[in-house]
Design a protein around this ligand. Structure first.
Ligand code: SF4
Length: 139
């Protein structure tokens, strides 16, 4: 992106470099958690034009491989669905209509929301047909 290296999953950028900084796309909760760290700031590739979901990673984190890996893993989630267990309550579809859209061939697209939001919605599935696993993206 912008001529700098970037990492994508399912066509969505989740991390990259910009000038001398590393940037991460994070959920609102994780952005808030990172924002309290010294050196973290909103990502503005052009002054006054912030990219809302991205945060510039503080140098102290960039210098720690373990910390970088932990932050890279923040938005990774794998969703499974068992049609034999589903009771067709519609809780998933009404809760996150972009992620759970039965009009699509691949009807579950967790990449359209943060992992935290998708996980919270899956935990509302009354039958247990939807399950998820959080996994480390890099390392
Ligand atoms: S929330 Fe669970 S039980 Fe309800 S429709 Fe979705 S998968 Fe099926």
């Amino acid at each position: 992106m912008f001529g700098y290296p970037a990492a994508f999953r399912n066509g969505n950028m989740f991390a990259g470099l910009f000038q001398h900084s590393m940037i991460l796309r994070l959920s609102p909760e994780d952005r808030a958690n990172l924002a309290v760290r010294a050196g973290a700031r909103a990502f503005e590739p052009m002054p006054g034009r912030p990219m809302r979901e991205y945060v510039v990673v503080p140098p102290a984190i960039v210098e720690s491989v373990g910390e970088v890996q932990r932050w890279l893993a923040k938005d990774e989630i794998v969703v499974t669905f068992d049609p034999n267990v589903c009771i067709h309550s519609g809780v998933c579809v009404s809760g996150l209509p972009d992620v759970f859209d039965v009009s699509r061939k691949r009807w579950i697209r967790p990449e359209l929301e943060s992992a935290e939001v998708v996980a919270a919605q899956i935990e509302r599935c009354p039958s247990g047909a939807l399950q998820y696993v959080r996994k480390v993206r890099a390392g």
